[in-house]
Design a protein around this ligand. Structure first.
Ligand SMILES: N[C@@H](CCC(=O)N[C@@H](CS)C(=O)NCC(=O)O)C(=O)O
Length: 122
């Protein structure tokens, strides 16, 4: 089972590498503004988790440069478990005005980032 999971993980990484989405291009000022906004976030994730790959591909497609934290490694593993309350990835750590919230669920993370930073109103 461990071997099968390892092989599947490598296949996911290979697929992700071969079919990496193109990064959105925007004016340097707009990209710099977005980069600054992304400093509010940290994405806790595993390299070969399919749900994490889904979120990372969306980040890449939208050119959202969020710091990735490998939740298999300490201290990130403990930060996630204690801060978020669950050792599940992906999880987006959001820090706004000194307040920290933790968002689980790949689809919710993608929708939140799109609505907050990429919609017409944002
Ligand atoms: N529905 C979740 C599924 C996430 C998920 O199952 N992640 C796995 C890794 S691939 C995990 O962290 N499992 C640990 C657990 O469920 O406690 C999503 O879309 O983000």
């Amino acid at each position: 089972m461990v071997v099968i999971r390892w092989i599947l993980g490598r296949l996911i990484l290979l697929f992700d590498f071969l079919f990496a989405p193109k990064r959105a291009k925007r004016a340097p000022e707009a990209q710099a503004k977005l980069d600054a906004a992304m400093s509010d976030y940290r994405l806790y994730q595993y390299a070969a988790c399919p749900f994490c790959v889904k979120v990372r591909r969306s980040l890449r497609r939208h050119n959202l440069n969020i710091e990735l934290r490998d939740a298999k490694q300490e201290p990130h593993r403990s930060e996630l478990e204690q801060g978020g309350g669950r050792l599940m990835v992906p999880c987006l750590r959001i820090e706004k005005a000194g307040e920290v919230t933790w968002m689980y669920e790949s689809s919710d993370i993608i929708a939140y980032l799109e609505q907050t930073h990429l919609s017409q109103a944002a």
